[in-house]
Design a protein around this ligand. Structure first.
Ligand code: GLU
Length: 418
């Protein structure tokens, strides 16, 4: 279903809206409607059974105006160039609103990583790294994990890049395993940032986090940590889902038990506990809850289901989970939506901290990382909220206004080369 929507359209619409609010002329932002560089590679891999399979790989550097490109790598069967372009553009705006000195990029391979053995995954990752090795680098373009990739995948990228260039280069990616120069707190950073964002918006709306009901779509890295932190705060997390299905319990699910169930390799749809009902992913999105956290893929909330969405607050854990049309309908109805580029920026903020630690070869404690992360999340949310009230615009519009202005302000003194 999500294939009907081109996520890149969402980006263009958001940029144009922000440019209109800022009263920019086309000359001020037209560059930002085009990715700076798009790489498409074919990746032949020898499978374990001797067969050769060819996979499509991509890397897009959307904008390097504010610094080197930065953004994750996605392994998923639906990866295509329009998706990677949209994800790369969102990174440029996310890094600008996060106020970290990076441009935006993203990469991906069209593959279902769950269908590969560890050896096949390693060969695919190394081949992909070598195909884009001239494009990435600590001061050029710094990948990180995204849907379907892990710290181990980052480890293989560090090794391949370091072997090709004959220089140990841990700063070429972030989200690495700790012994390779990863940062404390990086694994849970996106979920922690989403959680903090939920607390920040609830405070503004005078809602007690201990009394709210929450539904989380997606129990990958972002969704599971968001759900866990909400549960620990005392909220009632009534529903969670993943690609296998969704579970619901009116009085609140036992999130640590569900995470353990999933981590032990079992399917979420096979989870059972007293009173737990099995519902569909679609039903989860339309539950009557206070807070909905879409933390799966793009376009989850769209024209087809938006009229049934009842949540008062939506905090976007995923990138692009609400289409433009659905966003307009929800905003007109008074639903508060905290946009992806702010809400899920905790991951890339700690990636920035990891990159700094690598460059300095000096490592921080978990407490230092988390204190700095939460300070940034709070300040960025406050700026967004204030601007949205001041100008009477949505939080998404405010986010793009702040981000676009930062990118445009950096573009001006750089000028256009030659
Ligand atoms: N993939 C994550 C995102 O979408 C993290 C990117 C990064 O850390 O560079 O924000």
């Amino acid at each position: 279903m999500s294939q009907q929507y081109n996520p890149f359209d969402n980006v263009v619409a958001a940029i144009k809206k922000a440019a209109a609010i800022l009263e920019y002329s086309e000359n001020d932002y037209t560059r930002l409607l085009h990715p700076e560089k798009e790489l498409k590679v074919s990746l032949p891999i020898k499978m374990d059974n001797g067969e050769v399979k060819v996979f499509d790989g991509y890397r897009v550097q959307y904008s390097c105006t504010r610094g080197p490109a930065k953004g994750g790598i996605r392994y998923h069967q639906n990866v295509n160039i329009d998706e990677v372009k949209a994800l790369a553009a969102w990174m440029a705006f996310k890094n600008a609103i996060a106020d970290i000195p990076f441009g935006g990029g993203k990469g991906g391979i069209t593959v279902n990583p769950k269908e590969l053995s560890a050896g096949e995954l390693e060969r695919l990752t190394r081949r992909y790294t070598s195909s884009m090795s001239y494009m990435i680098g600590p001061d050029k373009d710094i990948p990180a994990p995204d849907v379907g990739t892990t710290p181990q995948v980052m480890g293989w990228i560090v090794d391949t890049y370091s072997m090709i260039n004959r220089i140990y280069s841990p700063a070429v990616v972030t989200g690495k395993p700790l012994p390779l120069g990863g940062s404390q707190g990086r694994v849970e950073a996106t979920g922690l940032g989403v959680f903090r964002t939920v607390l920040n918006i609830l405070k503004k709306l005078d809602m007690d986090p201990k009394r709210v009901t929450v539904a989380v779509q997606g129990m990958g890295n972002v969704g599971s940590y968001s759900a866990k932190f909400m549960y620990e705060e005392g909220a009632e997390v009534v529903a969670v889902s993943n690609s296998s299905g969704a579970v619901y319990l009116k009085t609140g699910l036992n999130i640590p038990e569900i995470i353990e169930h999933i981590e032990s390799g079992k399917k979420l749809c096979d989870y059972n506990a007293e009173g737990v009902e099995h519902i569909t992913n679609e039903e989860l999105l339309t539950l009557d809850v206070d807070v909905l956290i879409p933390a799966a893929l793009e376009n989850a909330i769209n024209e087809d289901n938006v009229n049934d969405v009842k949540a008062k607050v939506i905090v976007e854990g995923a990138n692009g989970p609400v289409t433009v049309a659905a966003d307009d309908i929800l905003s007109a109805r008074g639903t508060y939506i905290v946009p992806d580029i702010l809400a899920n920026s905790g991951g890339v903020i700690v990636s920035y901290f990891e990159w700094i630690q690598n460059q300095q070869n000096y490592y921080w404690t978990l407490e230092e990382v988390n204190t700095k992360l939460l300070e940034k999340m709070d300040k960025n949310f406050e700026d967004l909220w204030t601007l949205s009230k001041e100008k009477n615009i949505t939080l998404r519009e405010a986010a793009y206004v702040i981000a676009l202005e930062r990118i445009a302000e950096a573009a001006k003194p750089r000028g256009i080369w030659p």
